[in-house]
Design a protein around this ligand. Structure first.
Ligand SMILES: Nc1nc2c(ncn2[C@@H]2O[C@H](COP(=O)(O)OP(=O)(O)OP(=O)(O)O)[C@@H](O)[C@H]2O)c(=O)[nH]1
Ligand SMILES: [Mg+2]
Length: 454
């Protein structure tokens, strides 16, 4: 990995123009680099915003911009190192010049996620919290942000750390028993080991109990909109997104490709996929679109099947009803503003069926409700789930399995070595969650998800 001796710099605010833009500098030479580019007239006072100007190394006489600079001395900074934040006007050109000036003063450009990586390496946060930073920044719903923030605050960290330290204690006693065999279970009795292990297993399982809803909050669900051409799929897509994202025309076969957008339903992220109307066609582009629509059905969590009530129900509609019968599905009977050619009960459809007019201004409450019901039913989403990241969930599951094995072994009064091996597996898995022992390639993969400046 990168050397911690380097001092790194990057623009920390998003690309584009804004009221302000922040350049972040971190590392042993942060203070020196800042002094070289700022005209602060003396050292920056720790944690005090200083109004000053920034100059380019090439032309020290002419300020580039007026800025506010703040110095956070390590170790009590975001990265644990000396950090200087320079807030200038949010112009990409200016911010680039400030970064350049800092680089000339001895820093190098930061890699993606390197500030947070350093915070992790310096023990300012564990891996759960570092990953929560990325989740918090990426959150698209308030619930996602809340779950991520809870993790950043250390809820999961604290639970795992306390299970891990109890495990450490238990393994230490078992190791002592092994080291002094003549004493037998002197340091800890087999029944006590079994009871303690079951207690830890329970706590681990409690952590997993709402992981399903945690994953749901973090990852959301994909919903594919299917139907014959011209039934109003793209109209539905736009209505649910509240934006005219897809082209809507009265020409059947308007949509050719898959369109994907994320929205929220009930505070949870839903990725909607608009598709080409399904029909047999000689047009090469359209038939590729139809193939993609069918492909989308295979990966989606649920289907919105749109039917047009103002036209007779055809074989193609019935085929689609049959093809999607096994899926989690809401049948949307559209164009209710026009004379009906058939009624909803004529549809041999299992599951919810909602009659609407997507063209009229209505709130789609019933449809959203039916979709929410199909997607997460009575999943308890109102309590903030703790685990949400699949990497964490899989490792905690591994720990739970190892604890269960250890408890069974202890029940059967198996040799201490066997029990110990399982307990150590459990510890290994838990410590991989927090990053206490995590392979470098795993770290690299995690931090590659970040943008530069985070
Ligand atoms: N009267 C009426 N027309 C509607 C309604 N919903 C959609 N339409 C019209 O139906 C036509 C087709 O709508 P689209 O949303 O493009 O249909 P689609 O299913 O995406 O069509 P393709 O992309 O061709 O498969 C457009 O002219 C819409 O304005 C409705 O509730 N009532
Ligand atoms: Mg369309």
């Amino acid at each position: 990995m990168y050397s911690p001796d380097d001092t790194i710099v990057a623009v920390a605010t998003p690309p584009g123009r804004g009221g302000i833009g922040v350049v972040r500098v971190s590392g042993p030479a942060a203070g020196g680099a800042a002094a070289a580019v700022l005209r602060a007239g003396g050292e920056l006072q720790p944690r005090q915003a200083t109004l000053t100007s920034v100059v380019a190394a090439a032309a020290p006489g002419r300020p580039l911009d007026q800025v506010v600079a703040t110095y956070f001395p390590g170790p009590a900074s975001y990265t644990g190192e000396d950090v200087v934040e320079i807030s200038g006007h949010g112009s990409p050109v200016l911010l680039r010049q400030i970064v350049e000036a800092v680089v000339r003063a001895g820093a190098r450009l930061a890699e993606p996620g390197e500030f947070t990586l350093r915070a992790f390496v310096n023990g300012r946060m564990d891996l759960i919290q570092a990953e929560a930073v990325a989740d918090l920044i990426d959150a698209v719903t308030p619930l996602q942000a809340r779950v991520a923030f809870d993790q950043l605050e250390g809820t999961v960290t604290a639970t795992i750390a306390s299970i891990d330290s109890a495990l450490f204690d238990l393994t230490a006693r078992l190791e002592a028993s092994i080291d002094f065999p003549e004493e037998g279970y002197h340091f800890t009795a087999a029944v006590a080991v079994a009871a303690e292990t079951r207690g830890l297993l329970q706590r681990t399982q409690a952590l997993l109990a709402n992981a399903r809803s945690g994953r749901l909050v973090r990852e959301g669900r994909q919903v594919v909109i299917l139907g014959k051409p011209n039934v109003g799929k793209s109209t539905l897509f736009n209505r649910l997104l509240d934006a005219p994202r897809a082209i809507v025309t009265d020409v059947p076969g308007t949509t050719r490709d898959l369109l994907t957008e994320t929205t929220e339903i009930d505070g949870l992220p839903v990725t909607l996929v608009d598709t080409a109307g399904i029909r047999a066609t000689a047009d090469a582009v359209e038939s590729e679109g139809v193939a993609r629509a069918r492909g989308a059905l295979e990966v989606a969590a649920a289907v919105l099947l749109v039917l047009d009530r103002s036209r007779p129900l055809e074989g193609a509609d019935r085929d689609l009803l049959r093809e999607t019968a096994a899926a989690d599905r809401v049948v949307v009977v559209n164009k209710a503003d026009r004379p009906a050619r058939w009624e909803a009960p004529d549809v041999p459809a299992a599951g919810p069926c909602v009659t609407v007019s997507l063209r009229e201004a209505n709130d789609l409450c019933e449809l959203r409700g039916a979709l929410a019901e199909v997607l997460w039913g009575d999943e308890p989403l109102r309590d903030t789930p703790t685990l949400s990241n699949l990497r964490h969930i899989l490792l905690v599951e591994q720990a739970a399995a190892a604890l269960a094995r250890a408890a069974d072994a202890a029940d059967a009064a198996a040799p201490e070595e066997l029990i110990l091996a399982d307990l150590q597996d459990a510890r290994g898995a838990l410590e991989e969650v927090t990053g206490k022992r995590t392979a470098e390639d795993v770290l690299q993969r995690i931090f590659a998800r970040f943008c530069i400046g985070k």
